[in-house]
Design a protein around this ligand. Structure first.
Ligand SMILES: Nc1ncnc2c1ncn2[C@@H]1O[C@H](COP(=O)(O)OP(=O)(O)O)[C@@H](O)[C@H]1O
Ligand SMILES: [Mg+2]
Length: 278
């Protein structure tokens, strides 16, 4: 059994017109089947409106399927009695750091989630300290959250998720509002958490971020257009065009230079170029 199992998932929002009558809108998710294995790192990409955020919210029961099923560790998100067990397992980090900060002091903010879980105070202290160290923000624990940069706030939001000790974290475009330095620091933390065993789902519109995952799921109009390793996805230009995507800058450079398809990282590129210059 996979950690997350999605079967024939459909989400259709209702449209409420001015006279108050409700009609079915178009399907935001239109028949998705997907498994996510424990410990894996899955990127989800696709054009605006393709259903990425809707899918993310289905994973911890923020949105309940119109039809089909989402199972987390064998528990159905439609079953109310499991909802807190599911939310304990799956943390969420969203795009806008300002919307995720709830307390004015950094360490209070990180404590908010575990407090809601009813964790004893001594353990909260330990979890908050560890989570802040994990994201490199322990030195800033007593600062006012308003003093932090966007990237630092996002690291605090990640610490808040980590302090809940989830088995999986879903990141919905966590770097979209950050500058390049903030983006890199957040990506470093995401890779580190995954290497420590946290199942990682990263929704992104940066192709170089998606390329760091084990597997990339491409959404288009609520359906899965592809589900492949980064190297197999980014060597399929027809699909990239059809899904309205771009190549990661590194892959684009590789193509322009006519280098081997096996080059997927900056390190690969450097060693290949050194070889050719010899
Ligand atoms: N709460 C909602 N009510 C009605 N329609 C929605 C709602 N949330 C999303 N949608 C629609 O569902 C589709 C998918 O949206 P979303 O999942 O946010 O896409 P993405 O994150 O890929 O940009 C879009 O057409 C969007 O307008
Ligand atoms: Mg979205």
């Amino acid at each position: 059994m996979a950690f997350i199992e999605i079967r024939d998932l459909v989400v259709q929002f209702t449209r409420i017109s001015e006279d108050g009558s409700e009609t079915a809108g178009k399907k935001a998710i239109d028949g998705i089947d997907l498994d996510v294995e424990k410990g894996s790192f899955v990127a989800v990409i696709g054009m605006n409106g393709s259903g990425k955020s809707t899918l993310a919210k289905c994973l911890n029961g923020l949105i309940i399927p119109t039809s089909g099923k989402v199972l987390v560790d064998g528990m159905d998100t439609s079953d109310d009695s499991h909802i807190w067990d599911i939310r304990r397992r799956i943390g969420m980090v969203f795009q806008n750091p300002d919307n995720q900060i709830v307390s004015s002091i950094v360490e209070d903010d990180v404590a908010f989630g575990p407090e809601n879980l009813g964790i004893p105070p001594e353990e909260i202290r330990e979890r908050v300290d560890n989570a802040l160290k994990e994201v490199g923000m322990y030195e800033n624990r007593l600062k006012g959250a308003h003093m932090l940069s966007g990237g630092q706030k996002q690291r605090i939001a990640i610490a808040g998720a980590v302090a809940m000790k989830p088995q999986c974290i879903v990141f919905d475009e966590p770097t979209a509002m950050l500058d390049p330095k903030g983006r890199e620091s957040v990506m470093r933390i995401i890779r580190q958490l995954n290497s420590e065993g946290i199942t990682t789902i990263l929704i992104t519109h940066f192709m170089n971020e998606a390329a760091q995952a084990d597997r990339i799921v491409v959404l288009g109009k609520g359906k899965v257009l592809a589900d492949r390793t980064p190297d197999r996805l980014f060597s399929d230009m027809e699909l990239i065009d059809r899904a309205g995507l771009e190549l990661p800058p590194l892959i684009e450079l590789r193509e322009v230079l006519g280098l081997s398809d096996s080059i997927m990282t900056v390190e690969d590129m450097i060693s290949e170029l050194k070889k050719q210059c010899r």
